[in-house]
Design a protein around this ligand. Structure first.
Ligand SMILES: Nc1nc2c(ncn2[C@@H]2O[C@H](COP(=O)(O)OP(=O)(O)OP(=O)(O)O)[C@@H](O)[C@H]2O)c(=O)[nH]1
Ligand SMILES: [Mg+2]
Length: 188
């Protein structure tokens, strides 16, 4: 049985924990704590301070180990730890919050320094009022056509699975053979 490590990242409240909850076949491990910043608390009461962890079996022999990062920048030291040995990663962006596009671009640049693994961007909350389309978000993030920006609704299992399978397709397209976790060549 082979396991592939996939990281789900993005800025504060982009939907990472919900994405992993709806992707996972096991009960997820979460590390939520009350939000102390009054501005951030306007969005929600709890935030991830360590990681999220879930598992998705993708065929008879392969499982994805899904690791969600914290979104608050003060916990960004966790990104490096969580990215070690990852096969690829998903960057979630809240499609309703253009103010998050700049911080998301910064996060994408930082992750590219941490790991050379392939990634896709998921334009999340496409069900919400005022959600901007993935094409527009791709332009605003300054991403080339080669980096897919996919529509996503983290509330829906089919949607999060579609994003993960698109990432696996991209990983496969970029590497002749997909290395397994534990194989030194998969460590970036
Ligand atoms: N309408 C809608 N709401 C969403 C979607 N994804 C997430 N949310 C909501 O957005 C809020 C933040 O979701 P979380 O999963 O906690 O976000 P997060 O990225 O893990 O947040 P941090 O760990 O604090 O950075 C919650 O209220 C979710 O219910 C979505 O696709 N559609
Ligand atoms: Mg979270």
């Amino acid at each position: 049985m082979a396991t592939y490590k996939i990281v789900v990242t993005g800025t504060y409240a982009a939907g990472k924990s919900l994405f992993i909850r709806n992707a996972s076949e096991i009960e997820v491990v979460e590390t939520e704590a009350p939000v102390s910043d009054p501005y951030e608390r306007q969005l929600k009461a709890y935030t991830t301070i360590g990681l999220d962890f879930g598992v998705l079996q993708i065929d008879k022999e392969h499982h994805l180990f899904l690791f969600g990062t914290p979104g608050q920048e003060r916990f960004d030291f966790m990104w490096e730890h969580l990215a070690i040995g990852c096969l690829g990663y998903v960057v979630l962006v809240d499609s309703c919050r253009p103010a998050d596009f700049g911080p998301t671009s910064r996060l994408i640049r930082r992750f590219a320094e941490i790991t050379s693994a392939p990634f896709v961007v998921a334009a999340n909350k496409q069900d919400a009022l005022g959600a901007l389309p993935p094409d527009y978000i791709q332009l605003r993030l300054g991403l080339p056509d080669s980096i897919p920006v996919l529509p996503c609704i983290a509330h829906e299992m089919s949607s999060v699975h579609a994003v993960l399978f698109a990432l696996l397709d991209r990983i496969e397209a970029l590497s002749a053979a997909v290395p397994e976790v534990g194989d030194e060549s998969s460590t970036h």
